[in-house]
Design a binder for this molecule. Sequence first.
Ligand SMILES: Nc1ncnc2c1ncn2[C@@H]1O[C@H](COP(=O)(O)OP(=O)(O)OP(=O)(O)O)[C@@H](O)[C@H]1O
Ligand SMILES: [Mg+2]
Length: 140
Amino acid sequence: MRRVVFNQKGGVGKSSITCNLAAISAARGKRTLVVDLDPQGNSTHYLMGRPATELDNNAADLLEQTLSFTVFNRRPEESFVHATPFENLWVLPSSPELEFLECKLEAKHKIYKLREALKKLDQHFDDIYIDTAPALTAQE
Ligand SMILES: Nc1ncnc2c1ncn2[C@@H]1O[C@H](COP(=O)(O)OP(=O)(O)OP(=O)(O)O)[C@@H](O)[C@H]1O
Ligand SMILES: [Mg+2]
């Protein structure tokens, strides 16, 4: 099941709630994924113990590849999902680049690519928790 944590206000606990709910799912033995769509990358930082800026193959890279003319796109579950130090818990990391990607995807009529990626990820995880940026826009 997919759950999105969103609220237009900043600093109200979205990332904390996302990570804690995901941790509960993982502790219950469910294969759990956190998708960090906030360019600030706090959930990524909480779960990986280091800043999102230090991680390659993040959510922005996943979406970037849909904008380029590569013949073989790398699969989200294989190339962009990172194992956290916690059992049953994975993260699709954020990147500051996410802030600029929405316009690029919209310009090329590819804003739905995120939904496609999430559908693929649904097949590999029991629970997916999505953390969002404070100013929610039409990200999906
Ligand atoms: N239930 C809580 N009680 C007290 N402090 C909390 C609680 N939940 C979160 N915090 C603290 O509040 C601050 C903001 O939390 P968090 O990063 O989860 O908010 P956010 O809504 O994701 O923020 P942003 O909008 O910037 O992404 C953090 O310092 C966090 O430790
Ligand atoms: Mg947050």
